[in-house]
Write a protein that binds this ligand. Structure first.
Ligand code: ATP
Ligand code: MG
Length: 422
């Protein structure tokens, strides 16, 4: 764990580069510092390995004040990648990769084995070890820079705009590489960038700096959904925030909250009556606790349920989604897999709502047309495609009429606690 406690840095001439910064991050996280030029990113990063000493406050690593540690020792424990990677031009690729392991006096076999393993990881053959950086393409040099940062097996790695000057494709593939390796190896990476897309795609947590102040420190999703102030909003841009609403919102935020349900102990004709009352063509079957068991539609009843059969005889299983499903995943199921709607269940599998095509379409419109809020769906008719009276076949109409007289009991639908999905 790395903690900043009231950390300030004032350069001579009263130049404030860090102003009373408080934040902490866990081991194994990918932390991104972002801000405009001169906002204090490099300063904050370099204070972690004491290349810069704070004017006030303390930085703790695993609870220990780094000011009390030996600075050289500390720097060896922390990897550091300077802007544009900075391979040593007069050293071979092998010597570049093993620079820090050599300083740490690893034995030769371990150094070689590490260099080979990492080189293989970035898809380069052994022969490259004897080349000089100038004999590699720019992108290949960057890859070497990334693996060099990982070679010494330090747990913490600082990277100051490592991909700043790269073309978008090379940059993309290096971002994927560093993120994968960081996760596989469980490293804590602190990464500086100007680029919000880079920050959003890599970070577990983003620290947004402005004029030496920490404006917001949070997950990408939270920053997108709840920007701390106008500065953060401007930094994110409206497009990203709108897009985020549709990709980070969960189905319970836009679902229709009153799905039509019926208790499993009811009969087909009672179901039909309820469907008619609510003008829907299918109905979700639940147990006494409101747990979703399946679905029955009007056509099943037409074909097999005309004689007041128990609902459980006709009930079909149905696909459902948990409340915390991302809207974009529900969109995929509804639009691409062709489900008409998806029941939404809570942790106990009780049905709490229904995601409809209409809600999905609305959320896509909103994200495309930059509307402020995702509209709430209030019209139950669109929830499950409603058959108009004319669309009901005559024989079914008759069944419906016969059923009308049988009033369904008011408390058929229990939506209380307990139960497992059977
Ligand atoms: N050695 C120094 N002496 C005086 N002022 C400094 C020194 N180093 C940095 N500064 C000032 O401190 C502020 C923060 O600098 P820092 O290098 O941390 O910014 P940064 O966010 O990394 O910027 P960039 O994106 O341009 O790299 C700037 O205003 C800078 O001019
Ligand atoms: Mg900088």
């Amino acid at each position: 764990m790395i903690e900043f406690e009231n950390v300030s840095k004032v350069y001579p001439g009263n130049q404030v580069a860090a102003k009373d910064i408080n934040m902490s991050f866990e081991r194994g996280q990918f932390i991104v510092f972002i801000g405009t030029s001169g906002s204090g990113k490099t300063t904050c990063m370099r204070m972690i390995n004491r290349m810069i000493e704070p004017t006030n406050g303390r930085i703790l690593i695993d609870g220990k004040d780094i000011a009390k540690m030996d600075a050289v020792e500390l720097r060896r424990r922390i990897g550091y990648v300077i802007q544009q990677i900075g391979l040593m031009p007069h050293m071979t690729i092998y010597d570049n990769i093993t620079m820090v392991p050599k300083l740490l006096k690893w034995d030769k076999d371990k150094q070689r084995e590490t260099a080979l393993r990492l080189l293989e990881r970035v898809g380069m053959p052994e022969s490259y070890l004897d080349r000089y950086p100038s004999e590699l393409s720019g992108g290949q040099q960057q890859r070497i820079g990334v693996i060099r940062a990982l070679a010494a097996d330090q747990n913490i790695i600082l990277m100051d705009e490592p991909f700043g000057a790269l073309d978008p494709i090379t940059r993309d593939s290096l971002q994927t590489l560093i993120k994968q390796m960081q996760q596989e190896m469980g490293k804590t990476v602190i990464f500086v960038t100007h680029d919000m897309d880079e920050a959003l795609s890599l970070a577990d947590r983003i620290a947004i700096l402005d004029k030496g102040e920490l404006i917001q420190f949070d997950t990408p999703d939270n920053i997108l959904l709840n920007p701390a102030n106008k500065f953060v909003e401007d930094f994110l841009g409206e497009d990203r925030m709108n897009q985020a609403r549709s990709t980070t919102q969960t189905v319970d935020q836009i679902m229709y909250r009153y799905p039509v349900t019926i208790n499993k102990n009811q009969s087909t004709l009672q179901a039909l009556s309820k469907m008619r009352e609510h003008r829907v063509d299918s109905i979700f079957v639940t147990d006494d606790d409101g747990v979703l068991l399946g679905v029955v539609d009007v056509f099943d009843i037409d074909q097999r349920g005309r004689h007041n059969e128990p609902l459980t005889d006709l009930m079909k299983t149905c696909v459902y989604v948990p409340e915390n499903t991302k809207i974009r995943d529900a969109i995929y199921s509804i639009m691409k897999l062709g489900y008409r709607n998806l029941p939404v269940v809570d942790a106990e599998y009780r049905i709490t709502g229904i995601m409809t095509r209409a809600a999905v379409v609305e959320s896509i419109y909103n994200s495309v047309w930059n509307e402020e809020e995702t509209a709430e769906i209030v019209v139950p008719d669109v929830v499950q495609t409603t058959p108009t009276d004319d669309s009901v076949p005559p024989e079914l109409q008759q069944v419906l009429e016969e059923t009308e007289s049988q009033e369904p009991a008011a408390d058929q639908v229990a939506v209380t606690a307990g139960g497992d999905l059977k």
